[in-house]
Design a protein. Structure first.
Ligand code: GLN
Length: 270
């Protein structure tokens, strides 16, 4: 059976094309799907979709709903109102869900990350936030990431390199946990193997600004849920998929590992 991936969009998402292209380059059937296609009765029959048409869902980068309220807040509220039950079931069943940059913000606003409770993959309220960067500016440049996952995250299992380079481009990417609970959260994340990427300098040392572009707690750039099938990260692997995107001679670059890992995981089943 062909693996099918949906890259969800609403007004303002802008990274769906390169995300679809990355999946297609790996021989997977991927398409950009507007959220309306899941619920509106104004959609043509052949464009109506259900979550269950897919094996993987992706929330792409961009400026959904113009970043109004908070980045990701409006997209996530709309997802909650129309897809919550299905999405919860989808995650419980173990299907992979990816959020890149604005998509990570959506997953956090949804309460799907950090995702400590396997039985309730979408929490009632957000459990963390992606706050405004310490610099109070839009930070747009390459970042170096140390891969620290010990094997749980289905999106990085094929990643054998210790350090990768993915670009960032965001204004609201600072990982914060509830005040006073930072250490407790960190302990749980480490114990559960939920930390995936941390910002480092080009030599691989944990470093502050500009290497940590937003002031994220513990230099966190990406985390997965307790089950390892929901993954969110601020840097953009889809912008470092092909070598030419980052000025390299080789055909593919570091971003490929994320897509390859999840496709490989799904191919074991389909
Ligand atoms: N590249 C992106 O997805 C940007 C995310 C969001 N609009 C921000 O600036 O924080």
């Amino acid at each position: 059976m062909d693996i099918r991936v949906a890259v969800l969009r609403i007004e303002g998402t802008n990274c769906e094309d390169e995300t679809v292209r990355a999946f297609r380059a790996l021989g997977v059937e991927a398409e950009a799907v507007h959220l309306k296609q899941f619920y509106s009765d104004m959609i043509k029959d052949d464009e109506v979709r259900s979550v269950w048409d897919y094996h993987c869902l992706v929330f792409p980068g961009g400026f959904s709903a113009g970043d109004y309220v908070r980045a990701g807040a409006i997209f996530s509220a709309r997802v909650k109102s129309v897809l919550r039950k299905d999405l919860e079931e989808f995650i419980k069943e173990g299907y992979p869900v990816l959020g890149i940059c604005n998509g990570f913000q959506v997953l956090v606003e949804l309460g799907a990350l950090p995702g400590f409770d396997e039985d309730k993959p979408i929490a009632e309220e957000p459990q963390m936030a992606l706050a405004i960067n310490d610099s109070n500016r839009f930070e747009c440049r390459p970042t170096f990431l140390k891969h620290e996952n010990r094997g749980k995250c289905v999106f990085t299992r094929k990643l054998k390199k210790e350090i990768v380079m993915y670009p960032v481009a965001h204004a609201e990417g600072k990982v914060v946990f509830p005040r006073g609970k930072e250490e407790e959260y960190l302990e749980r994340l480490i114990e559960n193997d939920q930390i995936v990427f941390r910002y480092v300098d080009p030599e691989g040392n944990y470093a502050s600004y500009p290497w940590n572009p937003n002031g994220s707690f513990y230099n966190i750039a990406g985390i997965c849920n307790v089950k390892g099938n929901v993954f969110g990260l601020m840097p953009h692997p889809e912008r470092a998929f092909f070598g030419w995107q980052v000025g390299r001679e080789e055909e593919f670059f570091d971003g490929k590992y994320v897509f390859e890992s999840v496709v490989d995981y799904l191919r074991k089943f389909y």
